[in-house]
Design a protein around this ligand. Sequence first.
Ligand code: UTP
Length: 273
Amino acid sequence: MVRKAIIPAAGYGTRTLPITKVLPKEMLPICGRPALDFIVEEAIKSGIEQILIVVSRSKNMILDYYDRSVELETYLEEKDKTHLLKEITLPDVHFQYVRQSYARGLGDAILLGKHFVGNEPFAVLLPDEIILPHEKQPLKQLIDMYNEYQGNTVGVKQLELDQLKNYGVIKPELLKSKEYIMKDIVEKPQESPPSDLAVIGRYIFDPAIFNYLENLKPGLGGEIQLTDAIKEMAKDYTSYGLEIEGMCFDIAKTSEYVELINYICGPRGKHQP
Ligand code: UTP
């Protein structure tokens, strides 16, 4: 059973500067809610009971957001605004935090979750990729596939050729509709991507991934790359890819961030909060 999830949120958010100098990318507002909260909701609705958020020195706002504010609660009660208390109700999940002292890369951030995870399969959700589900939650789709095949499973989506160089791209072998064996994975292929299926920030891992992460040397950009550990492990254990059903928005891209806000709460918004 997949009960635990890691959300890495310790990066510098350089693509979204200058605002991310003071506001974590994960806390960018989407119709009054921080982006991270959409990810937490997806995790909970997918059956996750414990979440480890990897933070850094400048991300205390994340801890504050998921803590009670007794003064605010008292204020709302005193001012007869108790109907607003539901806006600050905490999600029904157990949070833990770990600090990454220097942003050495996504692989390094996930490795910090080794003790939290123990000996269970676990999920990783990247908080800058928001996926609005058609029906089943994106993470639940992956968990269901993991339960069937019992191997590392990554969420993918089809992208145009010119976009693939910004993502991890898998070399797939079709199992059945939208389900693949992942024969290989390449981080940000600058030419000849192995397919048009890009990794979109949702993963289920066996705990053995930590052995591979521990043995990694810095890869692309001098960072400890999660993709490199996935690639090495795929040589020893059958690993899988699943085309996730849902609408994906990368909030680090201004156009997709605006599109998401319009989609949710714009004048013709489909999901009024
Ligand atoms: P990104 O590469 O998208 O985020 O990593 P970033 O590094 O913050 O942003 P840019 O590329 O400089 O614009 C995906 C997720 O992994 C986290 C980030 O916080 C983000 O949520 N991350 C990345 C870490 O926690 N630690 C790292 O060392 C790197």
